[in-house]
Design a binder for this molecule. Structure first.
Ligand code: PMP
Length: 437
């Protein structure tokens, strides 16, 4: 077994010590903390293409990509140039701009189920707004979500939530009132019967069913065959607004997101970080009849001083236009991701570990369990201690993975064949080190 030397993280450690006195837990979003894997978070300084550089000068091959949006890798020239062109025209107006119209046209063109769209500033805002609209449209109060799906930190969604809420073991957050919680129904993912039962038990009360069409927040879990179609039919039959949360899958799994990949038309779609190309943006959209409920066209109120921010919109549009005009990106991502995921599976199998690897397009996970992972309960059978040791072994070898078993990995077009080889050799050594083999 080859043991990698520990990195010099002195500056990161100093910053973390300062941060802990001033910022809760030392981080501005819980998933950045290394709580689940031990040690301190690494503070980043810059990134280019597939590589991150930290404040101590260590370099890492990046498989987080800002949790999804950096599809073209870090600092792509076309995005930087678009931002530079937009900068001299001012950073914000609080009045409409041409770019917002062009962004709306682009989104509606690329995601056919979206006929009208409203820009917001984060994925959380997008999902919070979407369920308000669904409630206003249907006149019903309850929503149904799935165990382990994460839809941002809106009160209604912090019930059986995935991602950081799951990693830190606080899926039901203090501060969410009982009256809010009672309007959120939760059932296991990939279990159509459970959804039918919930609908029967709450007749004409469910405004919306919201889900990640491919779950990324308990690790990567694909929908079972026919599952999305079954949900679509139940929603149509019972007058329920069907919402795809494509904050991570939109424009990543295909030009038109998971809905294009699986051929399903939701009524509403939420989008996030990807349409900002790394800048803070979100959006929600859907059928015109539903979106016309939103103020000032309709009575459902939703607003934002910085919504449609000119710089964020310029960055996002540059990336979206590139994806729109270069379908070969998706073939490249598929090829690279298949090599990464299959290679990882084979390494674990050769070592007798037989771990489960799930992948859809450029999102994937290796679960430290031998069971198929189809929902939250099966994801939780993973050996979290071994995962933590593996994470640290990979970090020491210059590979930056998500610091939790319950997160997906994201591949960018900057990952070349040589970098896949680099990853696979680090993976082999790290799997051995993590398991004492
Ligand atoms: N929905 C999904 C599916 C997400 O994965 C996330 C965050 N990763 C959100 C919503 C919330 O987005 P944000 O962090 O931008 O508020």
């Amino acid at each position: 077994m080859q043991q990698a030397t520990d990195l010099n993280l002195a500056t990161s450690d100093q910053l973390f010590t300062r941060a802990k006195d001033l910022i809760p837990g030392g981080v501005n979003s819980p998933v950045r903390a290394f709580r689940a894997v031990g040690g301190h978070p690494v503070f980043m300084k810059s990134a280019q293409g597939a590589w991150l550089t930290d404040v101590d000068g260590n370099r890492y091959l990046d498989f987080i990509n800002s949790w999804g949006p950096m599809i073209l890798g870090h600092a792509p020239q076309i995005v930087l140039e678009a931002v530079q062109r937009a900068l001299p025209d001012s950073l914000s107006f609080g009045a409409p701009t041409r770019r917002e119209v062009e962004m709306a046209e682009l989104i509606c063109d690329m995601v056919p189920s979206v006929e009208k769209v409203r820009l917001v500033n984060s994925g959380t805002e997008a999902t919070m707004s979407a369920i308000r609209v669904a409630r206003g449209y249907t006149g019903r109060d309850k929503i149904l979500k799935f165990e382990g799906c994460y839809h941002g930190h809106g009160d209604s969604f912090l019930i059986s939530a995935g991602s950081g809420a799951l990693t830190l073991g606080t899926p039901d957050s203090p501060g969410v009132t009982e009256s809010v919680a009672k309007d959120t129904l939760t059932v296991p993912y990939n279990d159509l019967g459970a959804v039918e039962q919930a609908i029967t038990a709450n007749p004409n009360q469910i405004a919306a069913i919201i889900l990640e069409p491919v779950v990324g927040n308990i690790g990567l879990v694909p929908p079972a065959d026919g599952y999305l179609q079954g949900l679509r039919e139940l929603c149509t039959k019972h007058g329920i607004v069907f919402i795809f949360d494509e904050v991570m899958t939109g424009f990543r799994l295909a030009r038109g997101g998971a809905q294009e990949l699986f051929g399903i038309q939701p009524d509403m779609t939420t989008l996030g970080k990807i349409i900002g190309g790394g800048m803070p943006v979100g959006a929600y959209g859907g059928r015109a009849e539903i979106m016309d409920q939103v103020a000032p066209a309709g009575k459902v109120y939703q607003a934002g001083t910085l919504s449609g921010n000119p710089i964020a919109t310029a960055a996002g549009m540059a990336q979206l236009r590139y994806l729109n005009e270069h379908p070969e990106v998706y073939e490249q991502l598929e090829r690279t991701s298949a090599r990464l995921a299959e290679g990882t599976y084979e390494i674990a199998a050769e070592l007798g570990l037989n771990y489960t690897v799930n992948r859809v397009g450029s999102m994937w996970s290796v679960f430290f369990t031998q069971q198929p992972v189809t929902d939250l309960a099966s994801a939780k059978t993973s050996d979290l201690e071994a995962f933590g040791r593996y994470f640290r072994a990979m970090l020491n070898r210059g590979v930056y993975l998500a610091p939790s078993q319950f997160e997906a990995l994201f591949v960018s077009t900057a990952v070349t064949d040589d970098l896949v080889d680099f990853y696979l050799s680090a993976c082999r050594e790290s799997m051995r080190e993590a398991h004492g083999l």
